[in-house]
Design a protein around this ligand. Structure first.
Ligand code: ATP
Ligand code: MG
Length: 619
């Protein structure tokens, strides 16, 4: 760790303002964060460059006891613990005029990021931002590991060649609840993804962006640093940024208030980022081209064992989540469990390459996700289904019924019946929100191997884009999907060797031995598509019970029991994870309770003193 040194606070840093009302008319469901923290305010919409508050700079620079700042990570490197710190004395006091601006405490940056329980959910937000830039010319997004040159620690790089951000857009990108996206087709809508995702992955992020707006070419650097904010005990989210005009082929600093302020911002960036000189910073633009954005997240979070959450070492072409890989010994004893764990539905939990391969429903024409130097091959689950069919569903959306039709492709995974993977992959505006959503009851073998894919644009994703809001439409959709599985199972389970519920073997024999084999047809017709090559199971069901020492019926039951066992095991694992999360919550709540108790004790002693003073004055 570099030697400790005293910290300089920027005389002028840009204050991220929450109450930007210029996006008031944007999509419903605008930032939850803004609503909670700021509420309605009549204050004007502008994001400002806050003039230096003398209290802030003076106290920070002069009082070494208050500011214990130096470059280097926070003491707590685990994301889930990093939000628990006491708000002690701050480096600033509210001066007159400050009240007009709703403050956002840096703690909020952390708590806002907890909406991402899963680190890949956070990476997906950054991929989404690059994908949304396709309309501005983006052709790739690169995700890679780089090293922080100050301490050699790993950092995450996410870079695209989209339209980039001009100085104003960059400020808004760092603000909470601002989204420039008004189109119906973009994935981004809440104006929160960048902040929640970067802060979920690491303590600090530096952004480099180049853009051309109204004929003016600019490049900007911004630093959102939880480490800086905490170490210097800021009580507001201060984001140092510097901009350059590069229209004339050299980088001319854009000065807003004074040169000193500009230099002070640069100083803060150099002190709290992996880059030690202005030249180092400028070098970062070399591979950006004329437009694009480079995001570097550093001081990546670790898990409770002090191991980086993002694992770059187990696979040179992937980023993995160690904690998501099932390491229980029990599973190893089951061959099926191992097979299940190598299936895509399981791999997406710990392999970014697997997850990003199905993250977008439609294959890109002119865009690639390049993970650690190798393009991600997009995978279409629909192409891999057997006996697939398309089912249409028309939900009633809104009071004035709009005609919305949702097509769901449903079928068996190619490994069925060997693997009991099942569920619906539900997309929203081309982006996977809920992978392998199991709508059937646990423990039942009905629906095993049945997988569906649909794009549900009529329901709203939750803020972490990993689930949907629990609206009536969502509940109805769930019911409809349940029905879909039941119907599909009834009509097709014999094709993979199962017996429809309530049907006797002889009936099955009569019904299915004469079933014609159909050539593969287009999936859009709504007809069942039967692949000749895999339709080999009918004769099994035709056998009379007892005609063979080990009847196929027996084999099926054994398989079912085995798969149910695996499902139960997986559920057990899920519950264990939930238990850990709940324990953490309890710990947090207990801390909060303790805090409140202390506060209440302080207040009562204060009251007591006042009461005594009043008595004394009366006497
Ligand atoms: N890679 C990028 N290239 C260009 N602009 C970007 C990029 N990333 C973010 N931005 C800008 O920053 C804004 C805020 O991004 P953020 O991800 O926080 O919100 P969003 O994408 O608008 O909505 P959501 O919260 O649903 O993701 C975007 O609206 C966009 O203007
Ligand atoms: Mg976004």
């Amino acid at each position: 760790m570099p030697p400790k040194q005293q910290k300089q606070i920027p005389a002028t840093a840009h204050i991220v303002d929450l109450d930007s009302s210029d996006d008031e008319d944007s999509a419903a469901g605008v930032s939850r964060s803004r609503d909670i923290l700021v509420g309605k305010t009549s204050h004007s919409a502008k994001l400002r460059t806050k003039p230096p508050t003398t209290t802030q700079s003076a106290s920070a620079v002069n009082s070494g006891d208050v500011v214990a700042a130096s470059y280097g990570p926070l003491d707590s490197r685990s994301f889930w613990r990093a939000g628990a710190y006491e708000i002690g004395p701050t480096t600033s006091t509210i001066v007159q005029g400050d009240l007009e601006h709703a403050r956002v405490h840096p703690k909020f940056l952390h708590s806002n990021a907890t909406s991402h329980k899963w680190a890949f959910g956070a990476i997906a937000e950054l991929l989404d931002n690059a994908v949304d830039e396709m309309c501005n010319g983006a052709t790739f997004v690169k995700v890679d590991r780089i090293y922080n040159s100050k301490d050699n620690s790993p950092a995450l790089l996410v870079q695209d060649d989209g339209g980039g951000m001009d100085p104003e857009c960059m400020r808004k990108c760092m603000s909470l609840g601002y989204s420039s996206k008004k189109s119906n087709t973009t994935i981004g809508q809440y104006g929160n993804g960048f902040k929640t995702s970067t802060m979920r992955l690491g303590a600090d992020v530096i952004v480099f962006s180049r853009a051309t707006q109204a004929g003016r070419a600019t490049q900007s650097v911004g630093l959102l640093s939880y480490t800086f904010l905490r170490r210097t005990r800021q009580d507001d989210v201060v984001v140092p940024m510097i901009d350059f005009d590069i229209s004339d082929h050299w980088a001319e600093p854009i000065v807003y208030s004074s040169k000193e302020d500009w230099s002070s911002n640069l100083q803060t960036i150099l002190e709290w980022s992996p880059f030690s000189s202005k030249d180092d910073l400028m070098l970062q633009f070399d591979d950006i081209g004329s437009h694009g954005t480079k995001i570097i997240i550093f001081n990546l979070w670790m898990n409770d064992e002090g191991v980086y959450e993002l694992n770059f070492d187990d696979d040179d072409e992937d980023i993995r989540l160690k904690d998501e890989v099932n390491q229980g010994n029990a599973s190893r004893t089951f061959k099926r469990a191992l097979e299940l764990q190598s299936h895509l539905s399981y791999r997406i939990r710990y392999s970014l390459r697997a997850y990003s391969s199905i993250l977008y429903l439609r294959k890109f024409m002119n865009f690639r996700i390049i993970l650690r130097g190798k393009p991600v091959e997009q995978f279409s689950i629909v192409d891999d289904l057997k006996y697939s069919k398309v089912v249409t569903y028309s939900p009633h959306v809104g009071p004035a019924p709009k005609e919305v039709t949702v097509e769901t492709t449903i079928g068996f995974i190619k490994e069925a019946p060997a693997l009991g993977v099942c569920g619906f992959n539900v997309y929203h505006k081309n982006r996977l929100i809920r992978p392998y959503w199991k709508v059937t009851a646990d423990g039942s073998s009905r629906g095993h191997g049945v997988v569906g894919v649909l794009e549900a644009n009529f329901i709203e994703p939750a803020h972490d884009k990993q689930d949907f809001e629990r609206s009536n439409l969502f509940i109805k959709l769930e019911g409809r999907l349940k029905q879909m599985v039941t119907d599909y199972w009834k009509g097709h389970c014999h094709l993979i060797g199962h017996q429809p519920d309530g049907m006797r073997k002889n009936d099955v024999q009569k019904k299915f031995t004469t079933l014609p084999q159909v050539e593969e047809v287009s999936g859009n017709t709504g007809r069942t598509i039967i692949h000749n090559k895999s339709a080999t199971v009918q004769p099994i069901l035709g056998l009379e019970a007892g005609s063979h020492p080990e009847t196929p019926q027996d084999t099926t039951s054994l398989d079912q029991i085995c798969e149910e066992n695996i499902q139960l095991f997986m559920r057990c694992e899920e519950y264990k994870e939930k238990q850990v999360a709940l324990r953490q919550k309890i710990e947090e709540l207990e801390n909060e309770l303790e805090e409140t108790r202390k506060k209440s004790a302080r207040l009562s002693s204060h009251l007591e003193i006042q009461r005594k003073q009043m008595l004394l004055t009366r006497q």
